[in-house]
Design a protein around this ligand. Structure first.
Ligand code: ADP
Ligand code: MG
Length: 235
């Protein structure tokens, strides 16, 4: 039955035409009941502009470069596709790391984690934070059981270099949040090193509050065949 429901969702996603979409409400999106309940319980009802423009494209499996100003709702724009991808893949706690979300600062990583706990409360995925401040070994022991990992660039690379705990072979989705800020903070090399060690077959979503040449360079390196979605004014 679950499998039938997933197939029905996949058909709805395929048939969904983002161009003449008027999905104003989350309940109009081809997403799972678990996510819909999580959204409703967190009082999210209507989509913001960047959510309206990017979520259907992300659900269809494209790589996305999303640019929209601070406060426009980019967190849900990537968390919903992450939850839905794992849901449709029948992801379980035994499948290991399915999604990696990179954020420039500890504070932002914690914010993403808190939103994920809210809207993911009706799913069975495990989520974790790696942001430094704790013993790497302590984190390593837990990391192997995590499905959705949120972390800062330096700390994630540190875990990758350790080669224990963190297994990226199965990774379905990479999210680079606040990518412009990651670049401003000097994380370019760290991001390149992380991206170069991830499976090519993954889907990647890159979000930013500004547009720049260095962001386009990062997009070219980390995204494949991507759709550029922006609600920033062209200047
Ligand atoms: P950004 O990452 O683009 O700066 P956030 O994802 O942090 O924006 O969202 C900014 C604020 O808007 C948060 O308080 C969040 O809870 C709220 N928000 C996001 N999406 C919606 C929505 N669809 N409906 C109502 N509030 C929303
Ligand atoms: Mg944000």
């Amino acid at each position: 039955r679950e499998q039938d429901y997933i197939r029905e969702l996949e058909t709805r996603i395929e048939e969904y035409n983002p161009k003449n979409s008027n999905a104003v409400f989350f309940k109009d999106l081809p997403i799972s009941n678990a996510t819909l309940r999580g959204l409703k319980e967190a009082s999210f009802v209507k989509l913001t502009e960047i959510q309206k423009n990017s979520i259907p494209i992300s659900l269809k499996g494209y790589d996305v470069l999303g640019a929209a100003k601070t406060g426009s709702g980019k967190t849900l724009a990537f968390l919903i596709p992450v939850l839905e991808k794992l849901y449709r893949e029948n992801w379980t706690e035994f499948d290991g790391l399915g999604a990696l979300i990179i954020s420039p600062t500890r504070e932002l990583a914690i914010q993403i984690y808190e939103v994920l706990l809210k809207i993911g409360s009706r799913t069975s995925f495990s989520a974790g934070l790696v942001i430094g401040g704790k013993d790497v070994k302590f984190e390593s022991e837990r990391i192997s059981r995590i499905n959705i990992l949120i972390g800062t660039p330096g700390r994630i690379l540190q875990h990758m270099d350790q080669a224990v705990g963190l297994n990226l072979n199965n990774l379905q989705m990479l999210v680079l949040d606040e990518a412009d800020r990651c670049l401003d903070m000097g994380f370019k090399k760290t991001l390149d090193a992380i991206v170069n060690n991830l499976p090519i077959s993954r889907q990647t979503l890159l979000f930013s509050a500004t547009q720049s040449q260095s962001l386009d360079d990062l997009a070219r390196l980390s995204l494949t065949d991507y759709k550029s979605i922006g609600t920033l004014d062209i200047v």
